[in-house]
Design a protein around this ligand. Structure first.
Ligand code: ADP
Ligand code: ASP
Ligand code: MG
Length: 242
C-alpha cells in the first residue's frame, strides 16, 4: 500500500514528539508500505515567523512572504528526515517545489493543481520514507506559493489524490473530529465517521482541525481521510462519503 501520514505543528513541537512521529512512519515502512510523510512547521513557528517580520516591514510583498513562510515547513521536513535516519531508516525530505506540487499563483492562498514530476515515486522506489514540507507549492512561473493557514492538511490530501494513495492519515493533537471544539467544550461528542459535507460545514465554521480546502479536495477526488491523535491510541474519525 501507499500511505500518506501528515503531522501537524503540535505533533512536532519538540525533538521527543518528532521522534514519536518518526517511529509511526518507520512502523508503516517496516510493514512493507510505501510511506509519504507531510509535515507542518513545528509548534507555533509560522506565527513566530509572521510576528518577526513586523520589525522589517508592515507590508511585505506576497511573493516574499510566501518564500519566507515556507521555510518553517522546510526546517521540520529536514528535521524529520534526520530523525528517521538516526532511527536507522532511509528518508529524504523534499520542499513542495522539489516534489513538483504545482499550484496557481495566488500567493498566501494558492490552490493545488497537480504533481509536475515523479520525484516522490522515484524516492519511494529507492526505499525512502519521503518527507514532504507541507503548506507550499510552486506556480507555473517557478515562484514558491503557500496554501493558506492550516494548508498542510491540503498538501496531504493532494498527495494522496495525485499518488493514488491507499490511505491518508492526519495526525493531530485531538483524537478525532468532534461536533464542537473539544478543547473549549468538554462535553463535545466525537464522530467515528463524518461525511464530507458535514465536515466541510464544520471547517468553514472555523473548526481548524481540517483545512476547508483539504475537505473540498478530498470530496472532489474521493480521498478518505482518517483524523487521529499523535499521542493517544484510537481509531479517530473517518471522513468520507457516508
Ligand atoms: P494541527 O497542528 O495538527 O494541524 P490544528 O491546531 O490545526 O492541528 O487543529 C487541531 C485543533 O482543532 C484541536 O486542537 C482543536 O482545538 C481544534 N478543533 C476545533 N474544532 C474542532 C472539532 N470540531 N473537532 C476537533 N478539533 C477541533
Ligand atoms: N504552518 C502552517 C500554519 O501554521 C500550515 C499548517 O500548519 O498546516 O498555518
Ligand atoms: Mg492544522
Amino acid at each position: 500500500m501507499l500511505i500518506v501520514q501528515k503531522f501537524g505543528g503540535s505533533s512536532l513541537a519538540d525533538p521527543l514528539r518528532i521522534r514519536l512521529a518518526a517511529q509511526k512512519l518507520i512502523k508503516t515502512a517496516q510493514e512493507g508500505h510505501q510511506t509519504v510523510a507531510v509535515v507542518s512547521a513545528q509548534g507555533d513557528t509560522t506565527d513566530h515567523l509572521l510576528s518577526a517580520i513586523a520589525d522589517i516591514t508592515s507590508a511585505p510583498s506576497r511573493r516574499e512572504l510566501d518564500a519566507y513562510l515556507s521555510a518553517g515547513e522546510l526546517l521540520s521536513a529536514a528535521l524529520m528526515a534526520m530523525t528517521i535516519e538516526k532511527c536507522g531508516h532511509r528518508a529524504i525530505s523534499l520542499a513542495g517545489w522539489q516534489a513538483g506540487l504545482l499550484t496557481d499563483s495566488v500567493h498566501g492562498n494558492a490552490r493545488v493543481l497537480g504533481l509536475q514530476n515523479d520525484r516522490i515515486r522515484k524516492e519511494l522506489e529507492q526505499g525512502n520514507i519521503v518527507v514532504i514540507a507541507g503548506f507550499q507549492g510552486i506556480d507555473a512561473a517557478g515562484n514558491v506559493t503557500t496554501l493558506g493557514r492550516g494548508g498542510s492538511d491540503t498538501t496531504a490530501v493532494a498527495l494522496a489524490a495525485f499518488l493514488g494513495a491507499d490511505r491518508c492519515l492526519i495526525y493531530t493533537d485531538v483524537d478525532g473530529i468532534y461536533d464542537r471544539d473539544p478543547r473549549i467544550f468538554p462535553d463535545a461528542v466525537r464522530f467515528d465517521a463524518i461525511d464530507y459535507t458535514s465536515m466541510l460545514r464544520l471547517a468553514k465554521n472555523g473548526a481548524q482541525v481540517l483545512h476547508d480546502r483539504a475537505v473540498e479536495l478530498a470530496q472532489e477526488k474521493g480521498v478518505e481521510i482518517q483524523v487521529l491523535s499523535s499521542f493517544r491510541p484510537g481509531p479517530g474519525t473517518m471522513v468520507g462519503s457516508y
